[in-house]
Ligand binder design. Sequence first.
Ligand SMILES: [Zn+2]
Ligand SMILES: [Zn+2]
Length: 282
Amino acid sequence: MVGAIPAQGTNGAASGGIMEMMCLKKSTKPARSSFSALCGARRKKIKMLFPYEEFVKFFQCEAFDLSPRGLLNIGNSCYANAVLQCLTCTKPLSIYLLRQSHSRACYGKDWCLMCELEQHVMLLRESGGPLSSSRILSHIRSINCQMGDGSQEDAHEFLRLLVASMQSICLERLGGEHKVDPRLQETTFIQHTFGGRLRSKVKCLRCFHESERYENIMDLTLEIYGWVESLEDALTQFTTPEDLDGENMYRCGRCAGYVRARKQLCIDEAPNILTIVLKRFQ
Ligand SMILES: [Zn+2]
Ligand SMILES: [Zn+2]
């Protein structure tokens, strides 16, 4: 586990929850060669925006001795500081930032989050007093006008904003996400680090037809209620089949109508760095 962040917000989905980022055992991660296998049917060589082998080197790198430095609370900035501490201690990301390969070819005309994070991580190599996140917070308003204005915000929302912004930056020089093939978008450095895939399977209980849907995820939101007392319990609860009934009936294409169905979620491809957000409703 890299760190635990108490979510401090009052207005987000993760309010009152705990957010954790953890490194999965490497053996649980399927080799990304399955990606080329998936696309092999098209007999087309798929290129990667960031080579996966390179990412694995960052992930497995033993010589990693960055120690965190304190971050000043510049007024309700603890939610952002907690996220920054976790992100800058996420090994593959820190190594990527330390190499400064982004800034050497950065197209950003104005302020750029990735360049800023590079500078932040470079400062971690020097010993010294606490650092300030004020530059990141003041500029984050240009990405999300509601954040960074000194009010209390949600740590999970902030993390999502940073990860989504870093992903967009990875796609910028290719013309942005609207111009890049969705499968190719899954091969950026940020996707290799945080990206995973969720599978949702719904089985019609009348004709027993099954349909599957896949969703790309950058983190996993688990709910704590009822019998859930541990992370394992929350994961079990998350993947337990759920009956769709009553007002929640499922529309089956084959039966051409609303029917009772059973839905089950599972993690089809676990992220290399899994971020779990625990939501507590009770
Ligand atoms: Zn940049
Ligand atoms: Zn059916």
